[in-house]
Design a protein around this ligand. Structure first.
Ligand SMILES: C=CC1=C(C)c2cc3[nH]c(cc4nc(cc5[nH]c(cc1n2)c(C)c5CCC(=O)O)C(CCC(=O)O)=C4C)c(C)c3C=C
Ligand SMILES: [Fe+2]
Ligand SMILES: [Fe+2]
Length: 388
């Protein structure tokens, strides 16, 4: 086999406080993150939302040392993976491609062509697929592949999601068991799975398999753990005015507190590194909510990071993918037709004269009204000089 490369995909996070604004702008410029009926609205709205959110977001990053640890942890995972692959007799170069910050996916791809990689495994560091995460990265790669003839000869394979991988489930079960042992009565502890949320319309309209994969993953981890504990699944980190997957973490914690739960351990499951939503949102914000609700013993399970059992699982995934290449980018971006269509494509339906035309128009009017309210309510038109 010729030169082998592994491309690890991740979201990226601001390294320092000055990066927060431009990072948020990149994130909200992604049509996979904010769905708009008109393309031309994307950049102005991204700028608007990013500038409104920067201050709050900076305050949160300040509480975790002034930046995201994501780059450092992802690079450490890459080094550990390289070493484990080498142990298994597979030499490989590892590349990190972030979606919204350094090192960008485009840079990783440039390096991959420079290194003359012949076989490439594309491995997102999200166990479950979502249009907003892995899907967005696959879309970007698909575009790079279409544009760059130098990428054509690379024999690549994509791993769309891998939440069933036994080594990953084992690592999660070990991390949970370790945390349970810190309580006086480990069997009495409530296990609280907190997944990153997505807008409900992603699942119900665009066919995002994310919720189903999260639910299945939770059940598989509980099975692997094989303990009598009661568990709950809820969704965190909602942003913006639309409805997201429910129950929301905050509400679920309050409800459990009211029911008299005193001992609770939170398990973050949509991400495999520590980041702002574990270190700040769970450890600081949700801890406060829980304590106020009477949950006195509140602990959190660490993210897998470079846990050896987890790294072995990643190595197994890579080796299997090299043996049985399965997915191409176009398939992975659509998740083999399980994702029926992308949200923007849904919006385009509203512009045709199909049977859904009125639904589409009414939805669009509502959306435009919302945008106008947002904009005028906060002086956007003043800012761009259209109004005095
Ligand atoms: C599987 C994980 C994630 C999903 C699904 C996801 C969807 C999603 N996120 C936003 C908006 C924001 N996300 C932000 C940060 C962020 N998101 C994830 C993971 C998922 N997002 C991670 C790991 C991070 C943090 C990176 C880090 O710096 O450590 C942010 C910025 C932070 C903030 O201001 O709160 C925003 C905003 C949407 C809208 C969305 C689904 C549509
Ligand atoms: Fe996010
Ligand atoms: Fe988030």
């Amino acid at each position: 086999m010729g030169r082998v490369g592994v491309l690890l995909l991740n979201l990226g996070g601001p390294d320092k406080l000055e990066d927060v604004g431009p990072f948020l702008y990149n994130l909200f410029s992604d049509p996979e993150i904010i769905r708009l009926p008109f393309r031309w609205l994307q950049k102005p709205l991204a700028w608007f939302i990013a500038s409104r959110r920067t201050r709050t977001s900076q305050e949160n990053y300040k509480q975790i040392g002034g930046g995201s640890p994501l780059r450092r942890i992802t690079e450490a995972q890459g080094e550990a993976l390289k070493e484990q692959l080498s142990h298994l007799g597979q030499e490989a170069n590892i590349y990190v491609g972030m979606r919204y910050w350094n090192p960008y996916t485009e840079e990783a791809i440039a390096q991959i062509t420079q290194d003359n990689i012949e076989h490439l495994v594309i491995l997102p560091l999200y166990p479950q697929f979502s249009i907003s995460t892995s899907g967005s990265s696959f879309r970007l790669l698909e575009k790079l592949w279409q544009e760059d003839p130098k990428l054509q000869p690379i024999d690549y394979t994509v791993i769309p999601s891998w939440y069933k991988e036994p080594g990953y489930l084992q690592a999660m079960a070990e991390l949970i068991a370790q945390e349970l042992e810190q309580f006086p009565n480990p069997d009495e502890v409530h296990i609280f799975f907190s997944a990153h949320g997505v807008p409900k319309s992603y699942v119900e309209e665009a066919g995002d398999p994310y919720q189903q994969e999260i639910e299945e993953c939770t059940a598989l981890i509980m099975q692997t753990l094989n303990r009598p504990n009661v568990h709950t699944l809820a969704y965190q980190s909602r942003v913006g005015p639309v409805e997201w997957l429910q129950p929301y973490t905050e509400d679920a914690l309050k409800e459990l507190g009211a029911k008299g739960v005193k001992d609770l351990v939170v398990v973050p499951i949509s991400f495999v590194s520590e980041h702002i939503e574990t270190l700040q949102e769970i450890d600081i914000e949700y801890r406060e909510v829980a304590e106020e609700a009477g949950i006195h013993n509140f602990r959190r399970v660490p993210a897998p990071n470079t846990h050896p059992v987890f790294i072995n699982a990643l190595a197994d995934l890579v080796i299997n993918a090299l043996k049985n290449p399965s997915f191409k980018l176009s398939q992975a971006a659509q998740m083999k037709k399980r994702v029926k269509m992308y949200p923007q494509e849904r919006w385009e339906w509203g512009l045709t004269t199909s049977a859904e035309v009125w639904n589409g128009r009414i939805a669009m009017l509502g959306f435009i009204a919302l945008i106008i309210e947002l904009i005028t309510g906060h002086g956007f038109l003043h800012m761009i000089g259209l109004l005095q």
